[in-house]
Design a binder for this molecule. Structure first.
Ligand SMILES: [Zn+2]
Ligand SMILES: [Zn+2]
Ligand SMILES: [Zn+2]
Length: 145
């Protein structure tokens, strides 16, 4: 994803209903620059430990998540990973269980799946979100497995 200027980042934050504070700008700029989801630790290291603290970053990510700006991804590592949500281009990740290599894929047929879930259950009125990661072995790890 191309890195937007600071002005654009501030606009994105304001549009989501927040004040464009320095820590929020730093977190958003970092998320714009990554190719694959990052853990809180990676985000803090990437921004610089002297500029933000863990509690602040955690709160910002939770707030961004609540308004749909950020997606939380589970790589089954016992910690959460975060990336910017691109509602227009739904994508998911395939993760190597040997070396943690990550690649993106698209085409999860979310709408069909949501219809299926609603027709097979009786207690739900609508589907509002989805999360899907695939796990496997990359070309390198499959040789040593
Ligand atoms: Zn992604
Ligand atoms: Zn691998
Ligand atoms: Zn999807």
């Amino acid at each position: 994803m191309k890195k937007p200027a600071g002005v654009e980042l501030a606009g994105i934050i304001r549009k989501a209903g927040f004040r464009a504070t320095k820590p929020r700008l730093l977190v958003l700029a970092f998320l714009h620059g990554i190719e694959y989801p990052a853990s809180i630790k990676e985000i803090i290291t990437g921004i610089g430990r002297e500029k933000v603290d863990q509690v602040t970053v955690y709160r910002i990510l939770e707030a961004f998540k609540a308004v749909g700006l950020v997606a939380q991804v589970d790589f089954q590592h016992g910690r959460a990973y975060y990336e910017l949500k691109d509602a227009a281009h739904d994508h998911h990740h395939i993760v190597c269980t040997g070396c943690d290599r990550v690649e993106d894929f698209t085409g999860c047929d979310y709408d069909k799946l949501a219809d299926k879930a609603l027709s097979q259950t009786s207690g739900f009125a609508k589907v509002t979100n989805h999360s899907l990661e695939l796990f496997g072995l990359c070309n390198t790890c499959v040789k040593t497995a």
